[in-house]
Ligand binder design. Structure first.
Ligand code: PLP
Length: 230
C-alpha cells in the first residue's frame, strides 16, 4: 500500500477508536514518525494531507527539515542529549521526550536565545524498565514543579512508551496509568503546567491508547513501512 493509503486507513482507525470510546476524533492528532525515512516519504505524506511529523535523531531531522516546506510541524520524540539541543532551538513545535531537569534547563536556555517558548511533554517511564528513558513516577511531580519555573518552556502534558508487547491489549494498563498521572498532576494546579496532551500509542497499539485518552499518537511503520536500520 502507498503512504497515502496507509494514512487514510490510520485516520479511519483513529476516528473509530475515538468514537467507540465516546471521544471527539478531532481531539486526537496523528504524529507521523518519519525517522530513518527519506524526505521524499515525508513529502508524499505531506501531499496526502499529513501535517505533523516526529523525528528521533537531531542530524537526520536537520537534513530532512531543510528539504521540506516550513509549513511542516516538527515534533522531536527521541531521547535527546543536552549538547544537541542548540541545533533544535526554535525549529521544533513540541519535544515529547523531556525526562530530566538538566535537559529542560538547556532547552530553556536555547529557546531563550531565539526569544521563543518551547512546548514540551514530560516523558514518564511507567514500567521502570532500565532500557527505557523517562522520569520515574516517583520523580515526576518534583520534575514538573522545577520545570514549571523555567520561563522559555511550557509543559503541555505527558508522554510514555510502554514495553513492547505483541498483544496491544497488554499496553492498556500503561496508558491508563499515564492518564491517571496527568489527572493527579493537573489537580496540583502548578502554575505553568497544562495537562492537555497525552502522547501515547504507536503503530501496534494506537487504538488502545486512544481509548485510554491519547491526544497525540506517534505512528511510524504503519505509515512508512518497516524500518531497516535503527
Ligand atoms: C519509532 C518511534 C515511534 C513509532 O514506532 P512505530 O512502531 O514504527 O509506529 C513512536 N514513538 C517513538 C518514541 C519512537 O521512537
Amino acid at each position: 500500500m502507498s503512504i497515502a493509503e496507509n494514512l487514510k486507513h490510520i485516520q479511519e482507525s483513529i476516528i473509530s477508536a475515538a468514537q467507540r470510546s465516546g471521544r471527539n476524533p478531532d481531539s486526537v492528532k496523528l504524529v507521523a514518525v518519519s525517522k530513518t525515512k527519506p524526505a521524499e516519504a515525508v513529502k508524499a505524506a505531506l501531499e496526502a494531507g499529513q501535517r505533523i511529523f516526529g523525528e528521533n535523531y537531531v542530524q537526520e531531522f536537520l537534513d530532512k527539515a531543510q528539504q521540506l516546506p516550513e509549513s511542516v510541524e516538527w515534533h522531536f520524540i527521541g531521547s535527546l542529549q543536552s549538547n544537541k539541543v542548540k541545533y533544535l532551538a526554535g525549529l521544533t513545535r513540541l519535544i515529547h521526550s523531556v525526562d530530566r531537569l538538566s535537559l529542560a534547563q538547556e532547552i530553556d536556555r536555547q529557546w531563550g536565545k531565539v526569544a521563543k517558548v518551547c512546548d514540551i511533554l514530560l516523558q514518564v517511564n511507567i514500567s521502570g524498565e532500565a532500557t527505557k528513558s523517562g522520569t520515574t513516577t516517583a520523580e515526576l511531580f518534583q520534575l514538573a514543579r522545577e520545570v514549571a519555573l523555567l520561563p522559555h518552556l511550557r509543559v503541555k502534558g505527558l508522554m510514555t512508551m510502554p514495553p513492547f508487547f505483541d498483544e496491544p491489549e497488554r499496553a492498556r494498563p500503561y496508558f491508563r496509568e499515564l492518564k491517571r498521572l496527568s489527572e493527579l498532576l493537573a489537580a496540583e494546579k502548578i502554575p505553568g503546567i497544562a495537562m492537555e496532551e497525552l502522547s501515547m500509542g504507536m503503530s501496534g497499539d494506537f487504538e488502545v491508547a486512544i481509548e485510554e485518552g491519547a491526544t497525540l499518537v506517534r505512528v511510524g511503520s504503519a505509515i512508512f513501512g518497516e524500518r531497516y536500520y535503527p
